[in-house]
Design a protein around this ligand. Structure first.
Ligand SMILES: Nc1nc2c(ncn2[C@@H]2O[C@H](COP(=O)(O)OP(=O)(O)OP(=O)(O)O)[C@@H](O)[C@H]2O)c(=O)[nH]1
Ligand SMILES: [Mg+2]
Length: 359
């Protein structure tokens, strides 16, 4: 077989007022997410309408059209760039004969694929369970519907009791996972306390996914076993490295974190709270961005990162902006320290900036 890649149609609803829209740019991030998952985007479909349909997200007719295109082009999945409600998933699957995912489904699947440590796996499992609860009713309704069509006599009441039982079971499972995550976060907290007692300040690397946080950690600390990849969410089990600051003769700890992305649901962030406590407690944040992005992308991503920092109650922590990947494109911004983590450019300037803020 030549390729076993999942063929995907990506779709979105855009307000009518946006007259010209560059499809390539609009879908660039979702296409990368699909790619990270091992799929390939075959068609990009944009529907212009005031707002997504409450019933089917895409308009009803458009949904049928997308379903037909999926069949014709042998696609195995349709991915919607927004966040679908339970009933919208149900209504869409009535019209589209292949898998229907939303943006969060894709992100969760990438997380599931990349999680390697016990803690990361638990966090992802929790996020998945939480995300699936609102979809339970409709999913069960689908099964009911199919069974009814098959001629079986199903009492609706019985089905709903089943759904309640399933929901209770999931909530119990989440509780168990929380207990395990809590045990692990107690260990982390103790490690942090111990570090604090030893007087080592912590600097946390934050930023949009794929901006080069892990590469910068490697470049600054020389740490070898840090995973770097041209993938979204390469890091789910962040490492710590130590950084020697020669001018102030001090050692600081540098903490990598998971990457942020737009429309990351609060539950997903909450699932990673144990890992992200590091960010809130850091003495200094290095906010890394990819300076080879367009100005518009840079500001969109910075805004997303700052919003997530606010969610994490870390928006007031001192922050240094770091413009990474300057080897790809000249960077002229004034408020950021230009570096190339890959080519080791600008690192002494960055070290000096850290020294000034740590003193
Ligand atoms: N050209 C260039 N590429 C870079 C630079 N820094 C990182 N990269 C590349 O950017 C990609 C992402 O780098 P990572 O360090 O894994 O990014 P990250 O921010 O840790 O990403 P996540 O953990 O997925 O959130 C990799 O392919 C790196 O090789 C740089 O300074 N210049
Ligand atoms: Mg990383």
């Amino acid at each position: 077989m030549l390729s076993e890649k999942l063929r995907v149609i990506v779709a979105d609803v855009i307000p009518k007022e946006l007259l010209k829209i560059d499809e390539e740019k609009h879908f660039a991030e979702l296409v990368r997410l699909v790619e990270t998952l091992g799929g390939m985007t075959v068609v990009k479909i944009i529907q212009k309408r005031g707002q997504p349909s409450g019933k089917t997200y895409l308009g009803t007719g458009k949904a049928v059209e997308v379903g037909e295109a999926a069949k014709e082009l042998k696609c195995g999945a349709v991915v919607v760039n927004g966040i679908l409600k339970g009933n919208q998933v149900y209504e869409l699957t009535q019209r589209i004969p292949v898998i229907v995912w939303d943006r969060v489904d894709v992100i969760l699947r990438i997380f599931e694929k990349h999680a390697s440590t016990t803690e990361a796996k638990l966090q992802v499992k929790r996020a998945r369970l939480k995300y699936d609860i609102p979809k339970l009713y409709r999913r069960s309704a689908t099964t009911l519907f199919e069974r009814e069509r098959g001629g079986g006599v199903i009492q609706r009441g019985a089905g709903e009791t089943g759904i309640e039982a399933e929901k209770r079971h999931i909530l119990r499972e989440i509780k168990m996972i929380d207990a395990k995550i809590n045990r692990l976060s107690v260990i982390r907290r103790n490690q942090r306390k111990h570090r604090r007692r030893s007087g080592l300040p912590t600097v946390a690397l934050v930023g949009y996914t794929n901006s080069g946080k892990s590469t910068l950690l490697k470049a600054l600390t020389g740490k070898r076993n840090v995973f770097v990849a041209d993938k979204f969410f390469a890091t789910l089990d962040p490492r710590l490295g130590s950084l020697w600051l020669p001018n102030i003769r001090k050692k600081v700890l540098l903490a990598d974190t998971i990457g942020f992305i737009e429309k990351l649901p609060p539950d997903l962030i909450a699932a990673f709270r144990a890992t992200l406590e590091e960010v809130r407690e850091a003495d200094l944040l290095l906010h890394i961005f990819d300076s080879s992005d367009s100005a518009k992308e840079i500001s969109r991503k910075k805004k997303t990162v700052n919003e997530i920092l606010r969610d994490l109650k870390a928006e007031k922590n001192p922050q240094i902006l770091v413009a990474n990947k300057i080897d790809l494109k000249n960077f002229h911004g004034k408020n950021a320290i230009p570096v190339s983590s890959e080519k080791s450019l600008g690192l002494s300037e960055l070290r000096r900036a850290i020294e000034k803020r740590i003193l």
